[in-house]
Design a protein around this ligand. Structure first.
Ligand SMILES: [Cu+2]
Length: 660
């Protein structure tokens, strides 16, 4: 980065002013941390910086913080990879003194695949004569338009390749021009194994030659041709501005206050989420973020069986965050947060408009018409604050949307869009593990399984999780007509019982209560997780993947808080046989009336449709957190009636006569 660019970064939005203990590292802090690390190493050591992030302060510091975090001690946490030794280090730098505070070698791990390693793939393949010959056998001769995609390789062995090396697999796609959708023409029966440190092709796995699919798959307006012309303008106006304020990374809206930022690994993070109730700020969530996700493909062929990706730990999800565009990604009165993230050389890079903050009308909040006595119904409009970011990871887009509502509800929604992964099939072949989405083009079945780490803090850190089932009781003396419905509440007392599954037949939820704080009715205050009722991992339990993605084999895990336990598949899933939630749960820590963390796995088993091609309309998965006894009554009674035209109430004169 040039000096001029760096000055611009520093000047933008007072990036160096710390307002909240969880404010992400500024460009200046990133540079300080990276320089401190470099000073510790003799010149000539080719250090790479896969992760540079804030070393979070103790939670109590965040709990005590009031309005301005200036003067707080700040530290940076770095994952450093030394290519000369193929060694990984975790380093903490004290930013006040610019000194390394700790430096630890982490044996036997591989940091996430780096963006620079992905960018190098095209050239590595083009410069390898055997790879070029294999491509020629498949009719691929224009190497300028070759597209090579990375595939984290897991622990499935590659014959003839040393699995302790830093390797990945790679697949090829053919384009007709640079912007062409390469996924329309996957090169079948060909896999390259890449040595990332040597920048070489370590092995080539060749199967049968499969002809390239015949059709292009472009979706830009020019490629589509005639566009529909009957959509009239739909405009969102907020003439008096939005109802929220943004100060640094702190967002305040209605009774809510929260901190939002983009983490290099986890992507969009919301933290320090609290609700102002009668002048008293009550905590709900200490920190919430995608802790890991896995996308396993279900095709058994030689060029597909290994395809599964852990987008957080294997690809640094957060670094794939995109700049958002007003009027396209978000509509209305928008405020943005930039993200400042280090690239692998340790240079801070600013992603403009990475987080979008806006308000949306959300239909009816509540309504009742007392038809005996009232001319007009009492109705209130629902409105939500939206905090969102969109990540582009290879062929897919993942939009992460947090919604905060007037009635205390919090919702998370992942929007899945982009381009499905594809495989070439011979003319006339019907895929066994996928769907034909275009002639000779198979979109293999796969899953998207997200794990949301919910570091809850319901009115303070002393929480207990209850599994709540709505159950019909058998007939008997207490239930002579068989109509009884009860709420069965089962405390999850220990990590031994912390692995839970959804049950749609009992409308199962998990309620986080604070046993020491009661509402006006004497009930413990609580919030309940209304889970996404969806699949868990479909890979066979004895498979390599099931060990590596253990988090995805249950809908919920509950653990006791430990600051070192952040990522459900461990910190280094790349080429790792498996770590994370299963190992932590085996500690069998008690979970009652203590600081607990919920890990919710949710997602979809994607059986592609022809309608998903050439670009997939958004699919939606997610969950809600609803107050359940947190308030003593509906907290949104004080929302004023909607103002109609000219400020009047709902202009009832326009009610259709037949509606009465
Ligand atoms: Cu999909």
């Amino acid at each position: 980065m040039s000096t001029a660019e760096r000055t611009r970064v520093m000047g933008h939005g007072e990036a160096s002013r710390v307002r909240h203990p969880y404010d992400p590292l500024s460009a200046e802090e990133i540079t300080t941390a990276v320089d401190a690390v470099r000073r510790e190493r003799p010149a000539g050591h080719p250090l790479r910086f896969p992760v540079v992030r804030l070393q979070p302060p103790p939670k109590d510091v965040v709990r005590r913080y009031s309005a301005d975090a200036a003067g707080l001690s700040r530290s940076a946490f770095l994952v450093v990879y030394d290519r000369a030794d193929a060694a990984t280090y975790e380093v903490v730098v004290d930013l006040a003194t610019s000194k390394v505070a700790s430096w630890e070698h982490v044996p036997g791990v591989q940091p996430a695949i780096m963006i620079e390693e992905i960018r190098a793939l095209d050239d590595i393949v083009r410069n390898d004569p055997a790879a070029v010959a294999a491509l020629r056998r498949r009719g691929v001769t224009d190497l300028d338009l070759l597209q090579i995609d990375p595939w984290s390789t897991g622990t499935l062995p590659v014959p003839g390749v040393d699995g302790s090396r830093r390797i990945m697999r790679a697949s090829a796609y053919v384009r007709e021009f640079p912007e062409d959708n390469g996924y329309a023409r996957p090169v079948g029966g060909l896999v390259f194994v890449i040595d990332c440190d040597e920048r070489s092709v370590a092995a080539i796995v060749e199967g049968d030659v499969v002809p390239l699919p015949p059709e292009s798959g472009n979706y830009d307006a020019a490629s589509v041709g005639t566009l529909r012309d009957d959509l009239r303008p739909l405009e969102i106006t907020q003439p008096r501005g939005p109802s929220f304020t943004v100060s640094g990374n702190v967002v305040e809206w209605q009774r809510w206050r929260l901190h939002a930022h983009v983490d290099a690994v986890e992507g969009l993070v919301v933290s320090d989420v609290g609700y102002l109730d009668d002048g008293r700020r009550r905590s709900v969530l200490h920190r919430a973020n995608i802790s890991e996700m896995v996308v396993p493909y279900g095709d058994t062929s030689d060029d597909f069986y290994f395809r599964n990706v852990f987008d957080a730990g294997e690809y640094n999800l957060g670094k794939t965050v995109a700049s958002l565009a007003l009027g396209c990604d978000c509509l209305g009165e928008i405020r943005y947060l930039d993200a400042v993230l280090a690239d692998e050389s340790g240079t801070p890079q600013t992603i403009r408009n990475a987080v979008c903050i806006h308000e949306e009308d959300y239909g009816i909040l509540w309504k009742h018409w007392n038809f005996r006595y009232q001319d007009d119904a009492e109705v209130r409009r629902s409105r939500r604050l939206v905090v969102s970011a969109i990540h582009t990871i290879g062929n897919y887009e993942y939009g992460f949307f947090w919604y905060f509502y007037l009635d205390g509800t919090i919702q998370f929604e992942a929007k899945l869009t982009g381009i499905v992964q594809t495989r070439a099939v011979a003319p006339g072949e019907t895929p066994a593990y996928g769907t034909l989405v275009a002639p000779q083009l198979d979109a293999p079945n796969h899953q998207h399984l997200f794990n949301m780490r919910l570091d809850v803090e319901v009115d303070g850190p002393h929480n207990t999780v209850l599994e709540v089932d709505a159950v019909g009781r058998p007939m008997g003396p207490d239930n002579p007509h068989g109509n009884a419905i009860v709420a069965e509440r089962t405390p999850i007392r220990n990590e031994r019982d912390g692995r839970r599954m959804c049950d749609p037949s009992t409308a199962r939820t998990w309620q986080v209560v604070n046993p020491g704080v009661r509402n006006r009715l004497g009930q413990p205050v609580g919030y309940k997780l209304v889970p996404f009722v969806g699949p868990t991992l479909l890979a066979a339990p004895e498979s390599d993947l099931a060990r590596r993605a253990e988090f995805a084999r249950a809908h919920l895990w509950v653990t006791r808080y430990d600051p070192r336990e952040l990522h459900a598949a461990g910190d280094y899933p790349n080429q790792h046989p498996g770590d994370g939630i299963g190992r932590w749960s085996a500690q069998e820590r008690d979970l009652e009336n203590t600081d607990v963390v919920l890990w919710h796995t949710f997602g979809t088993s994607h059986l592609p449709r022809p309608e998903d091609w050439p670009i997939m309309p958004c699919d939606y998965v997610g969950f809600t957190l609803k107050p359940a006894g947190f308030f003593g009554r509906n907290p949104s009674l004080d929302v004023p009636p909607p103002a109609g035209h000219g400020g009047d109430h709902c202009h009832p004169g326009e009610t259709h006569p037949e509606a009465r």
